[in-house]
Design a protein. Structure first.
Lengths: 420, 120, 318
C-alpha cells in the first residue's frame, strides 16, 4: 500500500533546514526517544547508559517530552514495566547495559514471547566477573536467542536513526517484536559526534503512533488474557508464529531502512559493505569496531592489499543471504568480535553465524575468527591489519583456522590458539 | 514504501475460536474469549454431589457465597414451603461446574444440603 | 458489571453476576478460587489484572481457555507489582495524552501468592508501594509454594510441615514464624492495608472495595486455606479459615493511613489447638510445641490489642 504520509514527509523534509549538532551517543538515544514521543519509560542507572535515563527525565522535567517515567528498583522491573505498559497500548522505552541486561534476561524472552513492541537501547559493556564497566559485546551476544530484533550502531548518528527506525519496525503490524539498538559503551555512549536529528514532527511522521485499534492491548472494553499457560498442545505453534514474525521482520527492516534513506538521505540495510567491490579478503565486524576495521582497510589498500569489510548492522534476524552475496567472491573471510562463546565450536559467536551462513549456501573458503578488545581493551588499527595479514596466510594456505584467534592478550601468541 | 503502518484492526491477530493450526492461534497465545473455561465441565472431578433440600433451605445464601466454583446458582424461582413461608429465590446446583468439595453442605446452617455419592 | 460502589454490609449486598468464570482447574474446596470470585465481583469489569505466576494463574488460563472476563496479564513470578506499575503508568500517560478512558476509572489490580509476594516478589512490591502507583495489590496467602507442590515460603507458619520443612528426628516442620508482610507494607506508609479471610466474605469484600476506592497503593493480605497443602478436608477450607480468626492466629485488620482497626473482633479466643488439629500439616506437633505456638499467638494478640488501643481480641476461653 502506497503511503501518502511517506510522500508528504519526503517533500517537507527536503524543504526543512537540516540542523546539525554535536551529541554523545547517550544523548542521541534520549533525543530519539523524545522525538518519537514515548509514553512510558522505565529507567534504572547503570554505567554507561545512565545518561540516557538522566536526559529522558530532564526532557520530562522541562516539558519537552510528555511521558510517565517509572524510576524502577531494578532492571528486571524495568523490563516488566515496559512490557506491561506496551501491552496496555503505550509506546515504551528503556535502556540498560551489561549486568542490567543480564538481570532482566528472563523478561527479554517474555517481551518477545508476548509480541510487545518494546524498544531498548543497550550501551554495550563487558560482563562480570571481574566487574568491568567498559565496552565489549558480551551482553549483546548473550541476548541473541531471546527473540529480539537486534540492530548495532556504528556511530552516534546511527544510534539516533536506528532508534527512530526501531519504533517503526517493532510496531509494524506484520512484526510486533521488541527491538534493541546497541551503542558501544563509552566509545559511542560518551563520545561527542555530529548528529542531525529529525526532530519530533519528522520522527513521528516516520514512526506514527497508534495507541488503540491496531494490535491487541489490555482494554476493559475488549478483555483478553495475555500470557496464559502455553500448554504443550499449543506452545509449539505459538513459538512457530514468533519465528514467522522474525522472518517477516526482514522485509520490514529492509523497507524501513530504504525509506529512511529516501526521506533523509541516510540509507540503511542489513549489512554495510566497505570497499568490497574487488576485495580479496574480507573481515566481518559490527558496532563501532567496524569503524576501526574500515580504517585498517584503508591503510591496507594503500599498501596494495585488496581488503574489504562487511559490517553487520542487523544481528537478528541474521542477514544470511545479504552476507553470502557480499562474501561469495572473496578468497578468505574473517570475523572480528568482542564477545566470547566459551566452549563454543568457535569462541567467536559471530563467526559461527557467518560460517553457518556460508556453509548453508554451499560456500567453503578459508575462514578465521578473531577476538580482541574484551572489557574495553583498545584495539589498534595496526592490530586489525595484522589480523588481515593472518587471514591472507589462511587464504594462501587454503585452510581455515581451527580455532578462534585471541589477539592482544599479554604474553600470548595468537598462533598458539591453533595448536592442540 | 510498499506497506503501511496504518492500523488494520485488531481482529487479524485474534485467530480462530478454536485454533487447529499454528496460523489460527491468536498472537502470542492471547486468549480473546473471556471466561470461556465456563465451557469446560468439571463433573468428572466429583465423587460426591450436593443435593439441596428445598424444604429445609432457609435461603440464607451461604452456599452460594462460599462456593469456590460458582456452582450454586441463585435463581429467581419462587418457592413456598410446607410451613407456608414463601421465598423469592431458590438455590440450585450447576452440576457441570460443581467439583463436589462439600463446602456448601458443611457451611449450610440448617443441613439442607446432603452430599451423596456419585454413581457411575 | 461496574465496580461495587456501596458498602457491603450483608451477603445480600453481593452482586449475583460472576465476573470470574467457573470451569477453572483450582482444587476442590480451594479458597483462592473463592477469593478470586469475590474479588472480581467487587472490582467489576473496569479493572486490569496483573497476575503473578502461581496456582491461580496456571489453573485459570490453560490456552485456549481463560476464566478471566477482565483484561489480564501474566508476565512472570517476581514482577507482579512491576507489571501492575507498568499498566498503571501507561493508563496515566494514555489518559493524559490521548484521552483514553478519560471519563472512567480503570483500576489496576495485582494478584499474587505468598511466594510471589513475601519472597521473590518483595522487591517489586516495595518499588510499587514506594513509587505510589495506583494499584490494588491482593496477596492470596496459602502459606507455602503450593503450585510446585507444598514447599515452604517465608509465609509458612511456625511448625508447619511442608515438603521442604519435613518432620524428622532433627527437623520439626517450619522453624521460623511467618514474615510480617503487613509491617513491611506499613513501613512504606501506603494509604490502605488490610488482612482478610474468605470465611468472612462481606468483611473481605468490603476491604477489596476500600482498596479499590483508594487512590494510590493498597495491599490486601488474604488467608487462603489450601486443601492439599494444609492437609485438610475439602469441605473444611472455610471452616479452617474461620478458626484462624477465632483462635487469634489470624487477625482481621484494616489500616487506613496508618490508623489500625480490627474489623472482626473476637471476645473470647479459642485455643490454637482447635485450628491446628484439623490440619495434617500440624499433625506432628506435640502438646509442648502447640503450647509454644499458643504463647506466640498470645504475644501477637497482645501486640495487636496494644496497637489498636482496645481489647479487640479477647483472652483464650476457659
Amino acid at each position: 500500500m502506497a503511503s501518502a504520509v511517506a510522500v508528504r514527509g519526503k517533500e517537507e523534509a527536503g524543504r526543512r533546514e537540516r540542523r546539525r549538532i554535536g551529541a554523545k551517543g547517550n544523548f542521541a538515544a534520549a533525543m530519539a526517544v523524545r522525538d518519537v514521543d514515548v509514553d512510558v519509560a522505565a529507567i534504572y542507572p547503570i554505567t554507561p547508559q545512565v545518561q540516557i535515563a538522566e536526559k529522558i527525565t530532564e526532557y520530562v522535567a522541562n516539558g519537552e517530552l510528555d511521558a510517565e517515567v517509572v524510576p524502577v528498583e531494578g532492571e528486571h522491573s524495568a523490563m516488566s514495566v515496559v512490557v506491561a505498559a506496551a501491552a496496555t497500548g503505550a509506546r515504551v522505552f528503556t535502556a540498560t547495559s551489561s549486568q542490567g541486561l543480564e538481570y532482566m534476561h528472563e523478561m527479554l524472552y517474555i517481551a518477545s514471547g508476548l509480541r510487545q513492541p518494546v524498544v531498548m537501547a543497550l550501551a554495550t559493556r563487558a560482563l562480570s566477573a571481574p566487574i568491568n564497566i567498559w565496552n565489549d559485546y558480551s551482553d549483546a551476544f548473550g541476548m541473541r536467542d531471546t527473540g529480539w530484533i537486534m540492530i548495532f550502531s556504528e556511530n552516534v548518528q546511527e544510534v539516533y536513526d536506528n532508534i527512530i527506525q526501531a519504533y517503526r519496525i517493532a510496531e509494524h503490524p506484520d512484526v510486533l517484536l521488541p527491538v534493541v539498538v546497541t551503542l558501544d559503551g563509552y566509545i559511542l555512549s560518551h563520545t561527542v559526534e555530529p548528529l542531525e536529528p529529525l526532530g519530533r514532527e519528522e520522527a513521528l511522521r516516520f514512526a506514527p503512533k497508534h495507541p488503540r485499534g491496531y494490535r491487541p492491548v489490555l482494554d476493559p472494553d475488549k478483555p483478553m488474557t495475555f500470557g496464559p499457560v502455553g500448554v504443550p498442545a499449543w506452545y509449539h505453534e505459538i513459538k512457530y508464529q514468533q519465528v514467522r514474525a522474525m522472518r517477516e521482520s526482514r522485509r520490514v527492516i529492509e523497507e524501513t531502512g530504504k525509506l529512511f534513506g529516501k526521506l533523509y538521505g541516510r540509507s540503511y540495510g542489513f549489512i554495510e559493505e566497505y570497499r568490497m567491490d574487488d576485495a580479496e579478503v574480507a573481515m566481518v565486524s559490527l558496532g563501532a569496531t567496524a569503524s576501526l576495521v574500515k580504517a585498517a582497510v584503508d591503510r591496507l589498500r594503500r599498501e596494495g592489499v585488496k581488503a574489504g569489510m562487511v559490517k553487520i548492522r542487523v544481528l537478528r534476524p541474521f542477514p544470511v543471504d545479504e552476507l553470502v552475496k557480499a562474501l561469495e567472491n572473496v578468497e578468505a573471510v574473517g570475523t572480528l568480535n568482542r564477545a566470547i562463546s566459551y566452549g563454543g565450536a568457535f569462541e567467536d559467536p559471530l563467526f559461527m553465524e557467518v560460517a553457518a551462513s556460508l556453509a548453508s549456501r554451499g560456500i567453503l573458503k578459508p575462514m578465521a575468527s578473531f577476538i580482541h578488545g574484551m572489557g574495553g581493551r583498545d584495539i589498534f588499527v595496526r592490530e586489525v591489519m595484522e589480523m588481515y595479514k593472518k587471514l591472507m596466510e589462511h587464504a594462501k594456505a587454503g585452510r581455515s583456522a581451527r580455532r578462534t584467534y585471541f589477539w592482544g592478550v599479554k604474553g600470548h601468541n595468537p598462533d598458539d590458539d591453533q595448536k592442540d | 514504501m510498499t506497506e503501511s503502518t496504518e492500523p488494520q484492526g485488531v481482529e487479524r491477530y485474534l485467530g480462530k475460536k478454536y485454533p487447529r493450526t499454528w496460523d489460527e492461534v491468536p498472537i502470542a497465545g492471547i486468549v480473546p474469549w473471556p471466561g470461556n473455561t465456563e465451557e469446560l465441565p468439571k463433573h468428572s472431578w466429583r465423587t460426591i454431589r450436593p443435593v439441596i433440600d428445598q424444604e429445609k433451605c432457609i435461603r440464607c445464601r451461604m452456599c452460594w457465597v462460599y462456593c469456590p466454583d460458582s456452582a450454586i446458582v441463585e435463581v429467581d424461582k419462587e418457592y413456598t414451603n410446607k410451613k407456608g413461608r414463601t421465598f423469592k429465590v431458590s438455590y440450585e446446583v450447576n452440576y457441570d461446574h460443581c467439583k463436589g468439595c462439600g463446602i456448601c453442605a458443611f457451611e449450610c446452617p440448617v443441613n439442607a444440603i446432603q452430599m451423596v455419592p456419585e454413581e457411575r | 458489571m461496574e465496580a461495587i460502589k456501596k458498602p457491603i454490609r450483608t451477603v445480600w449486598d453481593i452482586p449475583r453476576h460472576e465476573q470470574f468464570a467457573p470451569g477453572h482447574n483450582m482444587c476442590q474446596g480451594c479458597a483462592a478460587a473463592l477469593i478470586m470470585r469475590m474479588l472480581m465481583k467487587v472490582v467489576g469489569k473496569d479493572a486490569i489484572v496483573a497476575m503473578g505466576t502461581g496456582c491461580v494463574e496456571v489453573t485459570t488460563t490453560p490456552f485456549p481457555y481463560t476464566s478471566w472476563r477482565n483484561p489480564w496479564l501474566h508476565l512472570a513470578f517476581e514482577n507482579t507489582a512491576a507489571a501492575a506499575s507498568g499498566i498503571e503508568a501507561a493508563l496515566k500517560a494514555l489518559k493524559r495524552k490521548y484521552g483514553i478512558y478519560k471519563d472512567r476509572y480503570v483500576k489496576v489490580v495485582a494478584i499474587a501468592g505468598d511466594g510471589g509476594t513475601f519472597d521473590i516478589g518483595l522487591q517489586a512490591l516495595s518499588g510499587m508501594m514506594e513509587r505510589g502507583h495506583d494499584v490494588m495489590y491482593v496477596v492470596y496467602d496459602n502459606e507455602a509454594y503450593m503450585n510446585t507442590g507444598i514447599q515452604r515460603s517465608s509465609a509458612t507458619p511456625l511448625g508447619a510441615w511442608t515438603t521442604t520443612t519435613p518432620v524428622g528426628k532433627r527437623m520439626r516442620g517450619e522453624p521460623h514464624p511467618k514474615k510480617d508482610i503487613i509491617g513491611i507494607a506499613l513501613a512504606h506508609r501506603i494509604p490502605y492495608i488490610a488482612t482478610a479471610n474468605p470465611a468472612y466474605p462481606t468483611d473481605m469484600m468490603e476491604k477489596f472495595r476500600k482498596a479499590y476506592e483508594t487512590r494510590g497503593p493498597s495491599l490486601v493480605h488474604v488467608l487462603s486455606p489450601c486443601t492439599p497443602g494444609w492437609r485438610i478436608r475439602n469441605e473444611h477450607s472455610i471452616h479452617v479459615a474461620r478458626l484462624a480468626v477465632l483462635t487469634g492466629m489470624w487477625v482481621q485488620l484494616e489500616i487506613v493511613n496508618g490508623k489500625p482497626r480490627v474489623t472482626v473482633k473476637v471476645r473470647k479466643r479459642k485455643p490454637v489447638k482447635e485450628y491446628l488439629r484439623l490440619q495434617g500439616r500440624f499433625r506432628h506437633l506435640t502438646d509442648e510445641e502447640i503450647q509454644r505456638i499458643q504463647e506466640m499467638v498470645d504475644r501477637y494478640v497482645e501486640e495487636i490489642n496494644r496497637w489498636v488501643g482496645e481489647e479487640a481480641i479477647g483472652p483464650v476461653e476457659a
